[in-house]
Ligand binder design. Structure first.
Ligand SMILES: Cc1cc2nc3c(=O)[nH]c(=O)nc-3n(C[C@H](O)[C@H](O)[C@H](O)COP(=O)(O)OP(=O)(O)OC[C@H]3O[C@@H](n4cnc5c(N)ncnc54)[C@H](O)[C@@H]3O)c2cc1C
Length: 711
């Protein structure tokens, strides 16, 4: 407990150690931890720490830290890139130090006023007065610089009894704080905002980084955010952190909806290690630093006539991040993206820098390829690419009955295929992408409707909804934004605005879905473009998402469970009246040999279906976001309870949410053990990262081991 200082709550002994002054004195390199001790008054502990490893003062172009302004500006481009300076700006937006004392003293004055009023008729007036005035001294300390004269001393007897009362008061306060602490901790998950409330006015150190995931659903604050510029620097960071047992969880672009890359203890980010190191045109392979973003990589290798085999909906992920979570695109013959990794250079805390591949330590290679950032910082990746391709995208609208008839053909005949289901309608949007053939001529396929015509139904609904909700408080925030011309909004922006009006009203959501179905009907047609452009998808704004992966048979013999799963989900939505927005996205991949991949299988023939359910967070209003969050978790829980075991469905690693409830957590751990080699995973971690500096609470909860008591 060296260098341990305690900041007392206001009016708590000793009087001359006023908490506020301590706040002002917190220096930049003081690591401080905060504890609430009971309620309103809080006990804050600061502990001087040896200086932290310095954070690079370079911008982090890859880190995604959305703020509301930026989200508005770039909602549909998915390029919410902030710099580290902006991280600091986010922090600095909070009220500055000087507001803290004033805020507290005002509160105290108000309570004193009530004490004075209440005690005016009391026969304890005599003895109370000095106490009040001594507290008033305290107020003046905070609100105006010169302290008032000290009140005259009391007689010995009254001083003893007032001392006694004072210490009785202190004891009572201490006891009630302890009781409140006992009953308030741990805060339930949904009390996060309450915790934040307590410290809303507290100043934050300049070098505190706020890191938020793309959806704004997970956030950490840390003072250790390292961005090495060279492999040597990364190696030194890992070595040093391991010696000091300092957490440095690898984080990529921070896109994972569940914030799996975030850690309060500290993070390392490879945004500045983003070079293409080697291209082998013959073999169509590329060796890159793992901090390179997918789009950057694709742009850099296109001059060699090659590209990645498949893409996720967006291309802002770092290669390290997209591989480590086993991300995927769609195409029943195409495996998830990790399967394209030929070798990886890992900087590990336990064994230094190692290179692993199919030939060199295959066991570890297949375990660490989709390794969730647990085995080492992936510094370099060699990827198998494919020839650069132009694709023809075909979008058409169908329904489940029709789809059932041609499902096998759709899976087999198309390089990429996905279905978008629209709850409360029978619409299934089918999107296929295939290499352009010499017979294909765009002139033959003129779209029936212009974009304006396709958007008209949703624009009309927006106008009608504004009218309908006019005057209702619920709609006020979104109608205020009416000055943005409706005609300037994309489909997903309009959907977000419509949802923001009344996000949990099933009938309202149903109307939006119907307008969406009509939009897709009017958007039927063809599009041609390079694979990296065509395979992207505008996923809309911030959102909660749960995506599961389950076996769907083989290409030659699809088991049709994928379509049954959808039928079940649609039935559930109807029956439970879930305000489920569109789309429910269904995609397919071939299997992966990575042992931790949800599509892991030793058989090349197996295919897997990936189904994502969603609820958007179209508002910045904390209360509304909380309500949507609760509704989403209810929706997710229902699908989990009814279908996951039945279909052997497992969540995407970037989308799995770890439950707070002990029993649910135990059930999740048991499920994960059934599907994944958790023992081997933990054993390899123990060797490569013995001090768990690369881990975070989420990993420890999912994969507990006997020696993680220190986490
Ligand atoms: C709008 C949107 C659309 C998406 N679409 C898809 C989709 O179509 N398909 C899909 O599968 N996913 C999709 N995702 C999820 C996304 O692809 C994954 O979450 C991906 O991992 C994000 O990459 P990242 O660089 O942001 O990694 P992060 O989220 O920062 O980290 C992910 C994991 O990788 C680890 N990691 C990162 N870098 C390294 C490193 N250098 N060394 C070791 N470990 C590392 C982290 O520790 C963490 O475990 C989407 C996400 C969003 C927000």
């Amino acid at each position: 407990m060296e260098n341990f200082q305690i900041i007392y709550p206001l009016g708590f002994p000793p009087k001359d150690e006023s908490g506020v002054m301590f706040f002002n004195n917190i220096s930049n390199n003081t690591m401080f931890e905060r504890f609430t001790f009971g309620f309103p008054p809080y006990l804050i502990c600061t502990r001087a720490r040896p200086e932290q490893p310095k954070t690079k003062k370079h911008p982090s172009p890859n880190l995604v830290i959305p703020d509301n302004q930026q989200l508005k500006a770039t909602e549909n481009t998915h390029t919410h890139t902030h710099t580290r300076t902006q991280v600091t700006r986010l922090v600095n937006q909070r009220p500055n130090t000087s507001t803290t004392p004033m805020f507290r003293s005002l509160k105290l004055k108000r309570s004193l006023q009530s004490i004075i009023t209440n005690t005016q008729t009391s026969h304890f007036n005599q003895t109370l007065k000095p106490q009040i005035s001594s507290q008033l001294n305290l107020i003046r300390h905070f609100s105006s610089p010169p302290p008032p004269p000290t009140p005259p001393p009391l007689s010995a007897a009254s001083s003893t009894s007032s001392e006694l009362r004072k210490y009785l008061g202190y004891s009572a306060l201490l006891l009630s704080c302890a009781i409140a602490t006992y009953y308030s901790f741990p805060f339930p998950e949904n009390a996060k905002h309450k915790k934040a409330q307590l410290f809303r006015y507290a100043p934050l150190p300049d070098d505190l980084h706020t890191v938020v995931n793309w959806s704004g659903t997970h956030e950490v604050q840390t003072r250790v955010f390292l961005q090495p510029e060279s492999l040597e620097e990364l190696e030194a960071i890992v070595k040093d952190a391991n010696e000091k047992k300092q957490k440095i969880r690898p984080v990529g672009s921070g896109l994972s909806p569940n914030g799996i890359g975030l850690a309060r203890g500290g993070m390392v980010n490879l945004a500045l290690l983003d070079k293409v190191l080697e291209v082998d045109k013959e073999k169509k392979t590329v060796r890159v630093q793992a901090g390179i973003r997918v789009q950057q990589l694709v742009d850099a290798v296109k001059e060699y006539g090659i590209t990645l085999q498949n893409f996720a909906s967006i291309r802002e992920q770092q290669i390290g991040g997209i591989v480590q979570v086993g991300a995927h695109g769609t195409g029943a013959k195409l495996p998830p993206i990790d399967e394209q990794v030929i070798s990886m250079k890992l900087v590990t805390p336990g064994k230094g820098t190692i290179v692993i591949s199919k030939d060199k330590d295959p066991e570890l290679f297949y375990l660490a390829r989709c390794g969730l950032g647990a085995f080492g910082v992936v510094a370099e990746v060699t990827l198998q690419c494919v020839e650069r391709q132009e694709l023809v995208e075909h979008t058409f609208v169908s329904n489940l009955t029709e789809i059932k008839k041609k499902h096998k053909k759709l899976l087999n005949d198309n390089k990429h295929v996905k279905y978008l289901y629209i709850p409360y309608t029978d619409t299934v949007v089918v999107v296929t992408c295939n290499p352009i053939s010499k017979w294909w001529s765009p002139a033959k396929f003129k779209p029936k409707y212009s974009l304006d015509e396709a958007l008209q139904p949703i624009r009309d609904l927006y106008q009608a909804s504004i009218e309908k909700y006019r005057g209702q408080s619920m709609a006020s925030s979104s109608t205020a934004e009416n000055e943005t011309k409706i005609s300037d909004l994309t489909f997903t922006e309009l959907r977000d605005k419509l949802l923001a009006i009344d996000p949990l009203n099933k009938d309202h959501v149903k109307k939006i879905n119907e307008a969406e179905a009509e939009f897709w009907k009017r958007s039927e047609g063809y599009r041609v473009g390079w694979s990296d452009e065509i395979l992207g998808f505008d996923c809309g704004g911030q959102q909660w998402v749960s995506e599961t992966c389950f076996p769907a048979g083989t290409l030659s013999k699809p088991n049709m469970k994928d379509l049954k799963y959808i039928e079940d989900v649609m039935e559930l939505i109807d029956k439970e009246e879930i305000p489920a927005p569109a789309p429910i996205e269904q995609r397919w991949t071939a299997s992966s040999k990575s042992l931790m991949s949800p599509a892991s299988s030793s058989s090349n023939d197996d295919i897997f279906s990936w189904v994502g359910i969603i609820m958007y967070l179209p508002t910045t209003d904390a209360r509304q976001r909380k309500q949507i969050t609760e509704e989403f978790f209810h929706y997710r829980h229902l699908t989990q309870a009814r279908f996951w075991d039945q279909y052997s469905a497992y969540e995407h690693w970037a989308k799995i949410e770890v439950p707070k409830d002990k029993d649910e957590l135990a059930a999740l751990q048991a499920r994960l053990r059934k599907r994944f080699p958790v023992e081997a995973f933990n054993k390899a971690r123990a060797e490569l990262d013995p001090n768990r500096i690369l881990s975070n609470a989420m990993l420890e909860k999912m994969f507990p081991s006997d020696d993680n008591a220190s986490m």
